[in-house]
Design a protein around this ligand. Structure first.
Ligand code: NDP
Ligand code: GDP
Length: 354
């Protein structure tokens, strides 16, 4: 466990340290960048080239971060990014991270989310094997669960191409640790959310939908399986665990979770009731949003992270959902942007985005 003293020392030591974050434009990347800047790090974010600006979640950080271009599909670009940034720590958050898309684009998901991890590890091994590496593993790896709650030793039985790709990324991280003695670790993170969560993920879809309905911008919200159970935490809490995992004496993998489980229906109840609404008046079931293979229940046991990292989540489930609702109401009051155009369902009912 990291004592308050050790944490202070680590903060001091990190004053000149550089971290490279892949996936910095995503939800977790933006929170992790804030955390590391607060700790005195030089933060370099890796982004892939795009014809439109994807840095909306980073606007508030201004020129406090540096950006280097790179793509998980292109190993030469990863080597170049490492040479330019010269990081002490790499946080590999980049991935195709949306489960339904992984049925539509299974090969691309494997390229980004599975092989992309090997490309980054191999690049680190070539450029500087002393770099500490964090891999964003996922509770989706547990899939068809064999025990509850799930811990670091629970068997992986993934239920989507995304989950399968994450299992590969997880084990190749373990393998580089064991084969080359590299400080390479995985955080097996359960679902974590925030006002910066992508709009297609269920919590944000619900908080955005409830906010729109309360402002008269739409009447109904289409959802899939309301009985799915998840262990939902706050992304700001989870990035603290990622950092702690790279500050230990020994590289190890950890489950990061709240240890509490709720249903999609409960998310609806909390979100709509916060705005004085009854979700059952507005939520309708859309069969095309039911997944071809669902994970019914996920619940994490964060005991090891609590004991060894001294990590605890600080934001409760209800606080999280209300925080997201408040942020969506505020955003839509200022800018009542239209509902994004729906993506057409593909044949075989294989998942619409959102
Ligand atoms: P997001 O979907 O918000 O962000 C994904 C990031 O990956 C984006 O910055 C995206 O960039 C980048 N990216 C995608 N493909 C590539 C590529 N080929 N090359 C370079 N960058 C790429 O994810 P989150 O922030 O929510 O999650 C972070 C990580 O944690 C992901 O790996 C996710 O799978 C994992 N995870 C997340 C959980 C959660 O509940 N949030 C739970 C467990 C694991 P761009 O802006 O260009 O699209
Ligand atoms: P995931 O756990 O990484 O797949 O995160 P999501 O937020 O995408 O989904 C969480 C759970 O919500 C899954 O069990 C989904 O089946 C369920 N769910 C129900 N309705 C919807 C919906 O409309 N969109 C999404 N994304 N998920 C939904």
């Amino acid at each position: 466990m990291v004592s308050p003293h050790a944490e202070g020392v680590a903060t001091l030591q990190s004053m000149t340290r550089t971290a490279l974050i892949t996936g910095i434009t995503g939800q977790d990347g933006s929170y992790l960048a804030e955390l590391l800047l607060d700790k005195g790090y030089r933060v370099v974010g890796m982004t892939r080239r795009s014809s439109t600006d994807t840095r909306e979640r980073l606007t508030h950080l201004g020129d406090r971060i540096e950006i280097v271009q790179g793509d998980l599909l292109d190993q030469a670009s990863l080597v170049a990014a490492l040479r330019v940034a010269q990081p002490a720590e790499v946080y590999n958050l980049a991935a195709q991270s949306f489960v339904p898309t992984s049925w539509n684009q299974p090969v691309l998901t494997g390229e980004f989310t599975a092989l992309g991890v090997t490309r980054m590890l191999e690049s680190i091994r070539q450029v500087d094997p002393a770099i500490r590496f964090y891999q964003a593993s996922s509770s989706e790896m547990f899939g068809n669960i064999t025990e509850s709650p799930q811990n670091e030793g629970t068997r992986f039985r993934p239920r989507s191409p995304y989950g399968v790709a994450k299992v590969y990324g997880h084990f190749v991280t373990v393998n580089y640790r064991e084969s080359y003695g590299m400080y390479a670790v995985s955080g097996i993170c359960f679902n974590h959310e925030s006002p910066r969560r992508g709009l297609e993920f269920v919590t944000r879809k619900i908080t955005d939908g409830a906010a729109r309905i309360s402002l008269g911008l739409r009447q109904q919200l289409q959802l899939g399986n309301l009985e799915a159970h998840r262990d939902w935490g706050f992304a700001g809490d989870f990035v603290r665990a990622m950092w702690l995992m790279l500050q230990q004496d020994e590289p190890q993998d950890y489950v990061i979770a709240t240890g509490e489980m709720h249903t999609v229906r409960e998310v609806c109840e909390v979100a709509f009731s916060h705005l004085g609404l009854d979700y059952s008046d507005h939520v309708v079931i859309d069969e095309s949003l039911i997944r071809p293979a669902e994970i019914d229940r996920l619940l994490g046991n964060p005991g090891k992270a609590k004991r060894q990292l001294g990590w605890e989540p600080e934001v409760s489930f209800e606080e999280l959902i209300r925080m997201m609702v408040d942020a969506d109401v505020e955003r839509l009051r200022v800018n009542p942007e239209p509902v994004p155009t729906a993506v057409l369902p593909l044949p075989h009912n294989l998942s619409r985005t959102g």
